[in-house]
Design a protein around this ligand. Sequence first.
Ligand code: NAD
Length: 282
Amino acid sequence: MTTLIDGTTTALRIRARVAEKVAHSVRIHKRAPGLATILVGDDPASAVYVAAKRQAIREAGMRDVHHTLPAEASYPAVAALIDQLADDPDVCGILLQLPLPKGLDSAALIDRIPVTKDVDGLTTASAGLLARGADGLRPCTPAGVLWLLDAEGVELRGAHAVVVGHSELVGRPMARMLLQRDATVTVAHKHTVNLPSITRLADVLVVAAGVCGLIGAEHVKPGAAVVDVGIHRTDHGLRGDVRSRELQGHAGLLTPVPGGVGPMTIAMLLANTLVAFEQGQP
Ligand code: NAD
């Protein structure tokens, strides 16, 4: 029997809990957390993601502070906006939507966000805290994966976790977070030789390769917990990096696409914003 992990319901629960805490803060302190989103250019996928995040911000009762800059915005213009939001006491979180138009140095711009307002957990400072195992705001997608595994009671200490993908956004922070939880962690990537021989060692397999249907039954140890981070729009609807049908009756736990990790990313963004707000309260 394979149990499907319901990320949609878990994410809605987290969002409702965040909304309750925000409402409490508004009653007591007369202040709501302000989350600033910055969209540079007119990439349609980015516009959809930002719209979904802004709707979630409003539904949580937070202040939706949004800025759109044109695709030809200069580095100094984007930097000045980030600096202004960094100094704004009514903004507790800043999110710079990626990817940025070609020619803008994303890493340098992200690093202008103060670590205390880095609700996406993507600055070098936040990555450093995570690498050290110190407290800090964590990247939303890996944080969502960990939340789902915890909600299912998956034991991470001593488990062999394999992460497929080593991007700064998902794979690397995921591996560090699993290590922090005392899992034995192996990271595979596109240069890994004989991927199935590595992934079959996993008690917990997190797949974030961005390759539709990369992982099938031959990659998975029977009974393993498999988390599919990949999202691909296909003619048959949304699909992941995992051939989920093959894993039915083979994996122990499996996140579906859609309805698995995807909804958790926004829930974690709201949870991070609440933490940033509470830590910034006088
Ligand atoms: P990326 O392209 O930055 O990184 C992909 C990683 O996978 C790289 O480390 C690469 O070495 C590795 N890889 C590529 N081909 C491989 C192969 N054949 N075998 C093994 N490893 C391989 O992608 P990303 O930003 O980390 O995102 C990965 C996937 O997750 C994408 O499908 C993306 O859309 C999705 N994603 C989903 C969410 C969500 O909210 N659910 C959030 C972020 C990303």
